[in-house]
Every structure is written in structure tokens, then in C-alpha cells.
Ligand binder design. Structure first.
Ligand SMILES: Nc1ncnc2c1ncn2[C@@H]1O[C@H](COP(=O)(O)OP(=O)(O)O)[C@@H](O)[C@H]1O
Ligand SMILES: O=C(OP(=O)(O)O)[C@H](O)COP(=O)(O)O
Length: 399
């Protein structure tokens, strides 16, 4: 990372109010309770450092994608109790992020206190990157910290615009650790380097796949996106996911992989079902031989072994996208097999980085969170960083 970007570690926050952009965009259940607080706990090192220095903390975030201004469903008050438990202190809450409530609570904040602002996206100015809105927000704190890695790919008011109104600005510990872990894979990966791509759509991941072809030794393709490869090679895929407009593209990709000496590894077999459901009739088919009326929803046992063997022999592993519809118990086995192989490789000394909302959820759900080297809190942000794009939320911190 650029030398010109400060980290919170280099700043003494004594007597200062730190305005921290965090990514508390966490999933809520039907009772509006936080169902996974990973992103909140990931912000704790930064918050604790500032409080321990004798500073105070003002937290700002978005939650979801509200379109019509303030809506209870998207209120950040739903995260207060989780936040209080994690910080170990009472948290003040401003019912607006730039209104009188926010201003007076921020002005009266004492060292050791924490204030949470209401959802930034209740103002359309946030996503528009509005300067006046950013300037109003900036008045709440003395020092700006960005620890919202998951939102660093958005050029919004609180991520990209606000920084210029501060003399002192810095990355938080989470942002730093995300960038450092991504760089281990990006900069000097130990070989063999294997990337495993899965999930639903190729079109979401074209840029990263292209870039990976210049970097990896092995590129494993599983999940819903693999059926487009089968079809492009003349196979039959029944009702499996397919991006018809990407058939030529995947053939080009296969040719490119060959040209660059990348081992492109595709499924050999697939678990099939008559419906997109857990309890429909199920079977197994060879890749590219899925009968009409059936769809592929997970990789099959031969593929699990093939993928696991490649992963276990790797020294650097990047994984994005589940191998099947892991949300349904009948189709979890491919994703679990890959997670297991990654855990085993990691235990033997490989470096493994897992990114993507669903991939991270799968790794945690199946109990592998502690057995891999790093699970990113970013989905789109990690992918964009790996694609080589400059993240606006990071670039804005340059002095
Ligand atoms: N064979 C398949 N058919 C349909 N959907 C699939 C298949 N394999 C994986 N998926 C779906 O892909 C989704 C995850 O894809 P994606 O959003 O790209 O992952 P991530 O969030 O990790 O980047 C999951 O909801 C999963 O059910
Ligand atoms: O959850 C997020 O991104 P992700 O779904 O890519 O992990 C971030 O909070 C960004 O949210 P956004 O995609 O609504 O801008």
C-alpha cells in the first residue's frame, strides 16, 4: 500500500473525536435482529484503539439499500445491542446522521464514549457522493478513519469524498488487514497458486477471471458458472444455469488459459435434480451429459476429489463462490469438500484467502472460518481490488 496513507496505529487519538466509516451492512433476520455480526466485530480493533488512546468514536455506516429515505427496516438502531456487547460500553445513537441530534451528540461526546449515526443512505446524497453532505458529516469529528473495506469500492460521500475535509485521515486496522491479506495473494504468491471460482454467474466475475489467468497455476471452475463451460464445449446441461451470451467468451477463455499455461480445471460430474429444491428427485450425471428436465446443483463426487487434490497440493489459494447451492442441505457437499481441502492445505502451511458474501457465509456455516488463513469481510470490494482497480475509499486517504 502507498506510503502516503496513514494507519490509525500512527495516530494518538487522545482528546480527539474520530469519525469512523465502518461497514455495518450486516444481515438482519425477520425480527430485525443481527444474524451475523462478523462485520461489527471486525471493526473492534480500531474502535478499541481509539478509546484506549483517550479519544471518542463516532461511527457512520449504511445498512442495506434504502430507496425512500428513513425506513425502520434499514435503521442502524437494530445493530446497537450487538455493538454495545462487543464494545463493552453504552452506545449513544443519533436518529439522523447530519441533523441537530447528530451535531449535539457529537459535540458533547466525552473521551471513551461511542456514538452511532443513523443510516447514511437515508440521504440520497450519500450514494451520489454529494460534497455538501460530505462536508456536513465531516464537521462531526476531528480525525477521519475509514475502516469500511466492504464498501471501499463505492465512491460515496462518506467513503471517497469526505476525506478531503480532514487534515488527519487514516485507514482502520480492518481495512489495513484486508489489504495486506489480499496483497499476499496479489503480490508474491507462493506456488502452486490455485484460484477456485464458483457461484452463480460468470458475468459477475469476468474481470477477475481474466486477471487471474495471468497469475495462477490452477484455475478451478465450479458452481453454477461451470455449466456455461459445459454447454460451450457441446455438452448438454438440461435446465442448469447458463449464460447463453457467454458461450463464445468461455471458449476464448479456455484457449487463453492454454496459451498462458494455466491448468483450467472443470467439473467431471454433477449432482442433478428435477427441481431447484432440496426434496426433488436427485441423481448424478457426467459433466455435459445432463438429461432434459434435470439441472446441476452441485459438483459430483469425482469432481470433489479432483478439486480437493489440486487444492491440497497448493501453497496459495483464493476462493470465491460456492460449488453448489449450499443453502440447501442436499447440495452442500461440493462446497464442504473444497472448504475441507483448503483447511487441510492451510494446516500444512498454505495461505488461503476466502472472499465473497456467500463464500464467507458458507465457510463460517460449515465451521471452517478458523481453519483458513483469512476470510474477507468484502464481497465486491475484494473482487475489485483483486481485479487491480483502485478502491475509491482507499485512494481518498492518500495525503
Ligand atoms: N449449480 C448452481 N445452480 C444455481 N445456483 C448456484 C449453483 N451453484 C452455486 N449457486 C449459487 O450461487 C450463489 C453464490 O454466488 P455468488 O454470489 O457469485 O458468490 P459470492 O457471494 O461468494 O461471490 C449461491 O446463492 C448459490 O446457491
Ligand atoms: O455488503 C456489501 O457489499 P457485498 O455485498 O459485495 O459484500 C457492502 O456493504 C456494500 O454494499 P452495496 O453493494 O449496497 O454498496
Amino acid at each position: 500500500m502507498s506510503q502516503r496513507i496513514k494507519s490509525v496505529a500512527q495516530i494518538n487519538f487522545k482528546g480527539k473525536r474520530a469519525l469512523i466509516r465502518v461497514d455495518f451492512n450486516v444481515p438482519l433476520d425477520e425480527n430485525l435482529q443481527v444474524s451475523d455480526d462478523t462485520r461489527i466485530s471486525a471493526a473492534m480493533p480500531t474502535i478499541q484503539k481509539i478509546l484506549q488512546d483517550g479519544g471518542s468514536v463516532i461511527l457512520m455506516s449504511h445498512l442495506g439499500r434504502p430507496k425512500d429515505g428513513p425506513t425502520d427496516k434499514y435503521s442502524l438502531r437494530h445493530v446497537i445491542s450487538n455493538l454495545e456487547k462487543l464494545v463493552g460500553t453504552k452506545v449513544k445513537f443519533a436518529t439522523d446522521c447530519i441533523g441537530e441530534d447528530a451535531k449535539s451528540l457529537a459535540a458533547g461526546l466525552q473521551p471513551g464514549e461511542v456514538l452511532l449515526l443513523e443510516n447514511l443512505r437515508f440521504y440520497k446524497e450519500e450514494e451520489k457522493g454529494d460534497e455538501a453532505f460530505a462536508e456536513k458529516l465531516s464537521k462531526l469529528g476531528d480525525i477521519y478513519v475509514n475502516d469500511a473495506f466492504g464498501t471501499a469500492h463505492r465512491a460515496h460521500a462518506s467513503t471517497a469524498v469526505i476525506a478531503k475535509y480532514f487534515d488527519t485521515k487514516a485507514t482502520g486496522y480492518l481495512m489495513l488487514s484486508e489489504l495486506e491479506n489480499a496483497d499476499k495473494v496479489l503480490e508474491h504468491p507462493e506456488r502452486p497458486y490455485t484460484a477456485i471460482m464458483g457461484g452463480a454467474k460468470i458475468s459477475d466475475k469476468i474481470l477477475i477471471i481474466e486477471r487471474l489467468l495471468d497469475k495462477v497455476d490452477n484455475l478451478i471452475i465450479g458452481g453454477g458458472m461451470s455449466y456455461t463451460f459445459s454447454k460451450a464445449q457441446g455438452g448438454t446441461i438440461g435446465d442448469s444455469l447458463c449464460e447463453a451470451d457467454k458461450l463464445d467468451y468461455v471458449l476464448e477463455l479456455m484457449a487463453k488459459a492454454k496459451e498462458k499455461g494455466v491448468n483450467l480445471i472443470l467439473p467431471l460430474d454433477t449432482v442433478i435434480s428435477t427441481k431447484f429444491a432440496n426434496d426433488a428427485e436427485q441423481g448424478l450425471a457426467k459433466a455435459g451429459q445432463i438429461p432434459d428436465g434435470w439441472m446441476g446443483l452441485d459438483i459430483g463426487p469425482e469432481t470433489r476429489k479432483l478439486f480437493a487434490d489440486v487444492v491440497k497440493a497448493s501453497k496459495t489459494i483464493l476462493w470465491n463462490g460456492p460449488m453448489g447451492v449450499f443453502e440447501m442441505s442436499s447440495f452442500v457437499h461440493g462446497t464442504i469438500a473444497v472448504a475441507e481441502a483448503i483447511a487441510e492445505a492451510t494446516e500444512k502451511g498454505a495461505f488461503s484467502l476466502i472472499g465473497g458474501g456467500d463464500s464467507a457465509a458458507a465457510v463460517n456455516k460449515f465451521g471452517f472460518g478458523e481453519k483458513v488463513s483469512y476470510v474477507s469481510t468484502g464481497g465486491g470490494a475484494l473482487l475489485e481490488h483483486m481485479e487491480g482497480k483502485v478502491l475509491p475509499g482507499v485512494a481518498a486517504l492518500a495525503e
